[in-house]
Design a protein around this ligand. Structure first.
Ligand code: SF4
Length: 188
């Protein structure tokens, strides 16, 4: 299904939709949604993202300045330690201005994290994100069959060892309710 790509600039409000912009759910975590684009079409996707989506008429990509201004405004209104969490109704790893966005948001919040499946980011791009100020990557892995989940997990462990050798501090978290592992990498 062909879709329109909408470029969202500073003329649009950044708060008020879940599709893009800034989402404040009343905690110290402010969600930052730079794009709805995703190259995958996971069968369980709760937001029907990806090329096989049958429900989407448009995708969004947001001007980084508009996001930075909105995060600054929301963070200063909250007046507390704020974590900016880059996520969205797609995978923010596809956002072309990600490094710039991280660098500029880092100036106005205490912690900046990101949700991604990571496949689109090279090691050098991850290093750039770390240097820009990214504090943490939340990485989800999914598989229907336990042997496949184990194989993916083993692959992650190999990557984790490489990351540690490159100087990253990594952390693993508990298995999910489907016995699938989850991990996050703290970039320090
Ligand atoms: S990677 Fe995330 S956003 Fe993309 S299709 Fe899968 S669940 Fe949906």
């Amino acid at each position: 299904m062909r879709r329109t790509l909408v470029r969202v600039g500073t003329e649009y409000p950044m708060v008020g939709t879940l599709a893009f912009g800034v989402v404040d759910r009343g905690t110290n975590v402010v969600e930052v949604r730079p794009t709805s684009i995703c190259a995958l079409s996971c069968i369980f996707c709760s937001v029907n993202a990806g090329p096989k989506s049958r429900a989407r008429a448009a995708e969004y990509i947001v001007d980084p300045d508009a996001l930075v201004n909105a995060v600054e405004e929301v963070a200063s209104y909250k007046g507390t330690r704020v974590e900016a969490h880059i996520d969205g109704m797609g995978d923010p790893g596809n956002y072309p201005y990600l490094v710039d966005l991280v660098q500029e948001i880092r100036e106005v919040v205490d912690v900046i994290s990101m949700q991604t499946r990571l496949y689109m980011l090279s090691e050098s791009k991850i290093k750039e994100l770390e240097e820009a100020g990214l504090t943490r990557i939340n990485l989800s892995m999914d598989a229907l069959l336990p042997p496949l989940a184990q194989a993916v997990w083993n692959q992650l462990l190999r990557r984790e060892l490489s990351a540690q050798e490159a100087g990253f501090h990594t952390q693993q978290h508990e298995a999910s309710s489907h016995n699938l592992p989850r991990a996050s990498a703290r970039l320090e």
